[in-house]
Design a protein around this ligand. Structure first.
Ligand SMILES: [Zn+2]
Length: 247
C-alpha cells in the first residue's frame, strides 16, 4: 500500500498532480512543479507515493453498510497505520458523522450497562429514574471528548507545521471512535464478572475523604483507562494524515 502507485497519467479527477496543494506525504515538502515520476528532493520518497490515488478511502467511506461498519472498525483497530494511510481526507463529512454517531451510541450502551453493574454492587444511586441523568450524559460526554481531541490535534498540528485543519482532525477522531469498543469492553469485563471482594480490595486502595464517593472514583478511573485505545489510535492516525493530499 505504501509502495509507489504506477499512475501513468499525472491527472486525477481533472486535477494535475503534483499541484499547488500537493505535499510529500512523508516529509511535507511542497511538490508543485516537480516531475511526477521523480523523487522528493527532501526525503527521497517517490513523488507518486503521495498521489491522492493512494487514499481511496476507508471501506465505510466507500460504502455504508452494516458489514463495512464492522470491517472499518476492525481494520482501524487492527491496522491503524495502513487504515489512516488509505483514509480519504477530502469530500463529504456525512459518512464520518454516521460512523461516529453509530459507534458513540453502541459504546454508550455498553458504558451504561457497566455503570449499572457497579451501582448494583457498591450501592450507588438506585437503578431507576435517578440514573437517567447519567445515562443521558454518556453520549454527550463521548462527543465532547471527541471534539476536544480533534481541537487538540489541530492545535498540535499547527505547532508542528502539519496540515490537519479541524475538519480533517474531526474525521480522524470520528474513525478513531473504533477505539471506544476495546475500552468499554474492558470496562464491562472489569466491573461485571469480577468478584465483589476483588474489586472491593481495589477500591480500598483509593483515597477517601474526597467530595465524591469511592465507587464513583473507581468508575471514573476505569473510564480514564478506557480512553487509552482511542488516544493511541489518534496519535497513530495524525501522523498518517499530517501531510495528506485530498483528491
Ligand atoms: Zn519528502
Amino acid at each position: 500500500m505504501s509502495e509507489p502507485h504506477p499512475v501513468s497519467n499525472d491527472r486525477l479527477h481533472g486535477r494535475p498532480f503534483p499541484n499547488a496543494d500537493s505535499l510529500c506525504e512523508t516529509c511535507g515538502y511542497r511538490l508543485q512543479g516537480l516531475p511526477p515520476e521523480g523523487n522528493c528532493p527532501e526525503c527521497g520518497t517517490a513523488i507518486q507515493a503521495s498521489h491522492p490515488d493512494h487514499r481511496p478511502g476507508l471501506l465505510w467511506q466507500q460504502r455504508q453498510t452494516l458489514r463495512t461498519w464492522w470491517t472499518t472498525n476492525w481494520c482501524v483497530m487492527m491496522h491503524p497505520k495502513q487504515s489512516f494511510r488509505r483514509m480519504n481526507t477530502g469530500g463529504s463529512s456525512d459518512e464520518e458523522f454516521m460512523f461516529f454517531i453509530t459507534n458513540g451510541f453502541v459504546a454508550s450502551m455498553i458504558y451504561i450497562i457497566s455503570w449499572f453493574g457497579v451501582v448494583r454492587r457498591y450501592g450507588g444511586p438506585p437503578v431507576g429514574t435517578e440514573s437517567l441523568p447519567f445515562c443521558c450524559s454518556v453520549f454527550p460526554a463521548i462527543a465532547v471528548l471527541t471534539f476536544l481531541e480533534a481541537i487538540g490535534i489541530t492545535h498540535f498540528s499547527g505547532k508542528r507545521g502539519w496540515r490537519i485543519p479541524f475538519r480533517k482532525s474531526f474525521r480522524l477522531c470520528a474513525y478513531c471512535s473504533a477505539g471506544w469498543f476495546p475500552g468499554v469492553l474492558l470496562l464491562v469485563t472489569i466491573t461485571l464478572p469480577t468478584p465483589k471482594e476483588v474489586i472491593s480490595g481495589w477500591i480500598d486502595l483509593l483515597p477517601t475523604g474526597l467530595p465524591v464517593p469511592t465507587w464513583f472514583l473507581f468508575w471514573a478511573g476505569v473510564f480514564a483507562v478506557t480512553v487509552l485505545p482511542f488516544e493511541i489510535l489518534s496519535s497513530i492516525g495524525m501522523r498518517q494524515i499530517r501531510y495528506a493530499n485530498a483528491p
